[in-house]
Design a protein around this ligand. Structure first.
Ligand code: ADP
Ligand code: MG
Length: 355
């Protein structure tokens, strides 16, 4: 990333919660004293770099923001924070290796419960709701903070990425959507039925279901949303990455053929799978649109966390999911573990087989 790439905003607004500030400063000082690398400068600077790519075109920057804080703290290191997927503008820099994500009640409820669940080590630490510029945010750990020039991949898990209730809502007032028809034709001119072609429109539920069949979501139970590599290349154009071989190629490229990193990812995913099997939270929630965030750097460190619980909803008290049973409308199964099984299987097959 060059200076030229930065688009500075003139906003100098940081309303920190005093309690969090004190707690954060203490944590920070402690970590500084232990490491011995004490460095204090006036003004903290965090770069938020959103990158994206146009369909079939070269990389395109969406938005970059530099945020200045009046508080007397510098980050351990300056690093560009990368948002790989999701809605641009949802995130703000927090202090001390933390992030603010635009408040969503559903996500807040999940993160709160997850802090008391066996899954805790596999999700970002959560510190409650904070306000900035009259907007509420969920405050959580920045998972990139302990890495140097990390490579990052966002994998959206599950065999569908919309909630059953979204489908129901979309059916309530059926309306032909020309915009969705156009999007459909732009991706695959052969996709609309004759009737849809005649009407020049599609119904939203049909569009939602069709969209899932483009990527590996429907066939493998996960899809790659985006990859940003340490060398700066960033690809979010995996909408049509569907076949197992295509996914393997993307994964191989993500780790630059480094089997040691692959092995670490595989171990972490296997660990996660056995913890998911034990998790009360997981058993009692429909987990939709949630991602696994893969992060590694040249030091050889590689970790995976679960992120994004904006569409993870509790089931009725008498219901549980096994997350592997195929979805039929009404059973609320999300295919999360089916996807994880497939991902683990793919990664295993990429490693040299040990006898
Ligand atoms: N705790 C985190 N630490 C580091 N990066 C994160 C964290 N949460 C999200 N991100 C980054 O932001 C992107 C979008 O996050 P997500 O929670 O999926 O947002 P949305 O709800 O907008 O989809 C992720 O792909 C990842 O790159
Ligand atoms: Mg997301």
């Amino acid at each position: 990333m060059t200076v030229k790439d930065l688009e500075l905003t003139g906003r100098h607004t940081s309303v920190a919660v005093p309690q969090l500030m004190v707690q954060g400063v203490l944590t920070w000082l402690r970590s500084r004293l232990v490491s011995g690398a004490v460095c204090v400068c006036v003004g903290a600077c965090l770069l938020l770099h959103y990158c994206s790519v146009c369909q079939n075109k070269s990389w395109q920057k969406l938005k970059t923001m530099v945020h200045f804080s009046p508080f007397v703290v510098s980050f351990k290191k300056r690093y560009p924070w990368v948002q790989l997927a999701g809605h641009a503008g949802n995130f703000q820099a927090g202090e001390f290796g933390r992030l603010l994500k635009r408040y969503c009640e559903c996500e807040q409820q999940c993160l709160q419960k997850l802090m008391k669940d066996t899954l805790r080590p596999y999700v970002p630490g959560y510190y409650g709701v904070v306000q900035r510029d009259e907007q509420d945010y969920n405050l959580m750990d920045d998972l990139l903070a302990d890495f140097d020039s990390p490579s990052i991949m966002d994998c959206k898990m599950g065999s569908r990425t919309y909630l059953e209730e979204e489908l129901t809502k979309a059916r309530e007032r059926p309306r032909l959507r020309k915009d969705m028809y156009d999007k459909m034709v732009a991706v695959d001119p052969g996709a609309p039925t004759e009737e849809e072609r005649a009407q020049q429109g599609v119904l939203k539920p049909r569009y939602m279901q069709w969209r899932e069949t483009l990527s590996s979501t429907a066939t493998l139970g996960f899809r790659i949303e985006g990859i940003k590599k340490a060398d700066g290349t960033c690809n979010t154009n995996f909408k049509k990455t569907k076949q197992r071989e295509q996914v393997m190629q993307a994964l191989k490229d993500f780790v630059d053929g480094n089997t040691q990193i692959l092995k670490l990812y595989l171990e972490r995913l296997e660990e996660l799978r056995s913890v998911l099997d034990q998790s009360v939270f997981f058993r009692t929630h429909e987990v939709v649109g949630s991602s696994l965030l893969f992060v590694h750097d040249s030091s050889g460190k590689a970790r995976v966390w679960m992120i994004d619980f904006g569409k993870t909803v509790p089931l009725p008290p008498d219901q549980t999911l096994d997350h592997r049973t195929p979805w039929v409308e009404g059973n609320r199964e999300d295919g999360y573990l089916w996807g994880l099984d497939n991902l683990i299987d793919i990664l295993s097959s990429m490693l040299p087989q040990t006898p």
